[in-house]
Design a protein around this ligand. Structure first.
Ligand SMILES: [Fe+2]
Length: 348
């Protein structure tokens, strides 16, 4: 590739005049905005250990009352983007949130889409769009764009969950904002109970639900059972993995980020295909070794790591006697909608 002219090759007075007119020469920056052959992600392979962040999050509970935090969160920030940007990848935000017994995180709705992956504790709930969703370890709860949601806690011990949002994307689009609300009455039935069995949906009087988000809570007990059943049904299956989908349409559960759960069989090593979207891996149960572009991370329960797009990722379960269960969030729906989704079966 030809080497292009640099900024300093231009006369200072010419550059000054360009600046005064809000003009910029393209060629000194062309190779960085359009790098040859593959992107140069700022997203760095990064791990956040739960045993390191948990005491700090509990300390935040002592230092900052919920009224002064609204959402008491430590953000899992990727140093490749700069910690102040509060993003795990270009489009994924991760935050570990603490709610103490008796606390309420007040109702609001916002443009970014969110999900919660419950990490520990009993007795908390999220009310989303009038539906009360209990929060138990491993449950996935959607709070999609525009839906009212609030959190409460009737239990005895701290409750902690992982928030996954498309906040960096919405912020970049200058489309991020919130509206505060009043406590919601519980008005809706629990959607997950209506969609508990695969392959069938409610159809009273031949009508199908027209709710954009008919299912808001995906109980871990069901997802775990589905993974075990999938393995039983086809022991030679390439990967024991399921996607969280909208049960009415079969499409992605949310618009921007995609979610799946994966069971690593005892002793299994999986080389994931190199794909364009960045991804986040959160360990629900067991232990796993994650290799990302030559870097190795060991995930214990509740640990989280992220991988930039266009990178090889391997997942390994060294234990010979127990499976490992991972929750995966990635930017696949966004890349597919934008027409930039790519898979590189032979690597890059
Ligand atoms: Fe929120």
């Amino acid at each position: 590739m030809l080497e292009l002219g640099r900024l300093e090759d231009l006369p200072p007075e010419y550059r000054q005049t360009l600046t005064e007119q809000n003009l910029v020469p393209l060629w000194p920056s062309l190779r960085s905005v359009l790098p040859p052959r593959k992107p140069m992600p700022a997203t760095r392979p990064t791990q956040w250990r739960y045993d390191a962040l948990r005491p700090l999050l509990l300390q935040a509970g002592e230092l900052t009352p919920i009224e002064k935090a609204e959402r008491r969160v430590l953000v899992l920030a990727n140093p490749g983007h700069g910690l102040e940007k509060m993003q795990a990848s270009s489009s994924i935000y991760l935050g570990m949130q603490l709610l103490l017994p008796g606390e309420i995180a007040p109702a609001h709705r916002h443009t970014p889409n969110a999900v919660r992956m419950i990490v520990e504790g009993e007795g908390a709930y999220t009310t989303v769009d009038g539906e009360r969703c209990e929060m138990q370890r491993g449950d996935l709860i959607l709070t999609p764009t525009g839906l009212w949601h609030e959190h409460g806690h009737d239990g005895k011990d701290p409750v902690i969950w992982l928030d996954v949002l498309d906040l960096p994307l919405m912020y970049y689009l200058e489309a991020s904002y919130v509206i505060e609300g009043t406590p919601q009455p519980v008005t809706a039935q629990q959607g997950e109970r209506a969609y508990l069995r695969g392959g069938i949906t409610p159809s009273p009087m031949f009508r199908r639900s027209e709710r954009r988000y008919p299912m808001l809570r995906y109980p871990w007990a069901e997802v775990r059972a589905a993974l075990l059943a999938l393995q039983d049904a086809d022991p030679s299956i390439e990967a024991v993995q399921v996607a969280y989908v909208n049960p009415e349409t079969g499409g992605d559960a949310e618009n921007v980020l995609g979610f799946s759960a994966l069971m690593l069989r005892p002793g299994e090593t999986l080389a994931l295909p190199v794909r364009s979207p960045a991804a986040v891996f959160h360990l629900i149960e067991g232990a796993a070794e994650v290799g990302i572009a030559g870097q190795a991370f060991t995930l214990q329960a509740a640990d989280t790591c992220c991988a930039p797009g266009y990178s090889p990722v391997t997942l390994k379960n060294s234990a010979q006697n127990q499976p490992a269960f991972l929750f995966i969030a990635d930017e696949s729906p966004l890349h597919r909608k934008l027409g930039v989704y790519e898979v590189f079966p032979d690597g890059l």
